[in-house]
Design a protein around this ligand. Structure first.
Ligand SMILES: *Cc1c(COP(=O)(O)O)cnc(C)c1O
Length: 436
């Protein structure tokens, strides 16, 4: 039974709110909302559920994890575009643009004339500059939305001709054929699982064809006895050719030679390219439609386009991504493996000096996010005992690692070198917790 006298030890609200971490939280979330959490913790102490001296800790535990309900984590998994971690890390320019556009802004106004303007105009211009092979561009909420709009606008009630080997599931139950069928198109499948020929397409294209679709299989490869039909060959067919390149490379990338890009697809004769904005492009979640002016205009004016419209925050972050310095995604892709190894060595030496059993080794990172399957990127990691994985995942800030051969690998590929000191400090702090 709880001792009544002990209730006197329950700290007063103002005292709890005066504790530095809670004062900081009050600044961040508002004093009233933190106060409510304190009251609940005090009540739990009165009920005897927690000890009076734990009121501050209990309050901290119950507070929202981040102002946005999401918690910032460091991506040390070695998967550059980790879907569970929000894919691309935005550039400083994009983060700044998010802040600037968060209030009222000229998203649909020409401040020079005072006349209503088109909301996607500045991003449209930036896209056309980045992909001169396109004569028009449109932005929607994600890659799937871009594909849905293309399918609906070009082929609703009609057929989309598509190779059987490209009827893929991209991840977490997202199936391209099911998305397409949900728009009211009929799929006309051509070829076999491993092989398709131009003749197959030619035999299927007819008066009922809305478009021919080529889908980048993204996260898997078929090897062995295979054949596919290139965009240039499909371009000769009497139907619009749509290419879903998936990951949003706007131009060829030397380190990812097999990854399709918008410029090459359009130069080869594609009428329309669809892709994501938050994979290799390195921007916010968004979907791009790039291609021939009459076609894109038709899709932009389709009633469904309004339901897929992006907000001002996305437009601002995407514009900054397109016009600003190289994105963190691009920076990671061009990092020298020797530099990564030196960083891993430096961190592991510092950790070892602090009594953490850390070593360093070369590793293989991947692109992830449904892009560049089979591409192995040379990287380096700090290796720790396996039990560091859950401890680092729960640390503040959280560091997400991967477990390989019984060790916790802190892969540096997707990390900003500027974050190394914080990560070092986190591992050292974790060492002194009972869990590690
Ligand atoms: C990722 C991907 C999509 C879906 O894009 P989201 O932005 O995730 O909606 C569609 N097609 C391909 C080929 C992809 O790789």
């Amino acid at each position: 039974m709880f001792d009544v006298d002990e209730r006197r030890n329950i700290p007063a609200t103002d005292r709890v709110l005066g504790e530095p971490p809670l004062a900081a939280a009050a600044e961040r979330f508002g004093r009233q909302s933190v106060k409510r959490v304190v009251h609940t913790a005090q009540q739990r102490a009165r009920n005897g559920d927690i000890a009076p001296q734990d009121v501050v800790d209990e309050t901290l535990r119950q507070l929202p994890r981040g102002a946005g309900g999401l918690r910032a984590v460091h991506n040390a998994t070695g998967v550059l575009l980790h879907t569970n971690l929000g894919r691309a890390r935005l550039s400083e320019a994009a983060r700044h643009a998010l802040g600037e556009s968060a209030g009222t802004c000229d998203v649909e106004l020409d401040t020079g004339t005072g006349v209503r303007g088109r909301r996607t105009e500045s991003v449209r211009r930036a896209l056309l500059e980045a992909v001169p092979a396109a004569t028009d561009a449109h932005v929607v909420n994600n890659g799937a939305a871009a594909l849905a709009l293309a399918a609906t606008g070009l082929a609703a009630g009609r057929e989309i001709v598509l190779a059987r080997g490209e009827m893929v599931e991209i991840g977490d139950g997202f199936r391209i054929p099911e998305l397409l069928e949900s728009t009211g198109v009929r799929l006309r499948e051509v070829g076999t699982t491993n092989r398709v020929h131009l003749e197959d397409y030619r035999g299927a294209v007819g008066p009922d064809t809305g478009c021919v679709l080529k889908v980048h299989p993204s996260n898997f490869v078929i090897s062995g006895f295979t054949s596919t039909v290139e965009v240039a060959e499909l371009a000769g067919l009497p139907a619009p050719v749509v290419v879903d390149i998936g990951s949003g490379l706007l131009a060829p990338h030397t380190r990812l030679p097999d990854e399709p890009d918008a410029t090459s697809a359009l130069a080869s004769g594609a009428d329309l390219v669809t892709c994501s904005g938050d994979k290799l492009l390195g921007g916010p979640q968004s979907g791009l439609l790039l291609g021939a002016e009459p076609l894109v205009t038709r899709l932009r004016r389709h009633p469904l386009a309004r339901a897929l419209r992006v907000d001002k925050l996305t437009l601002a972050a995407l514009h900054a991504t397109l016009t600003g310095p190289p994105t963190p995604t691009a920076e990671s892709l061009r990092r020298d493996p020797d530099e990564l190894r030196e960083r891993a060595e430096h961190i592991s030496e510092k950790l070892a000096a602090a009594g953490v059993p850390a070593t360093h080794e070369t590793t293989t990172a991947t692109v992830g996010g449904g892009g560049a399957p089979g591409v192995e990127l040379p990287s380096a990691a700090v290796a720790l005992p396996e039990h560091y994985e859950p401890a680092l995942r729960r640390a503040e800030p959280a560091v997400l690692t991967r477990v390989e051969r019984g060790r916790c690998l802190l892969d540096l590929f997707a990390l900003d070198p500027a974050d190394d000191p914080e990560i070092l400090a986190t591992v050292r702090a974790v060492r002194s917790t009972p869990e590690a």
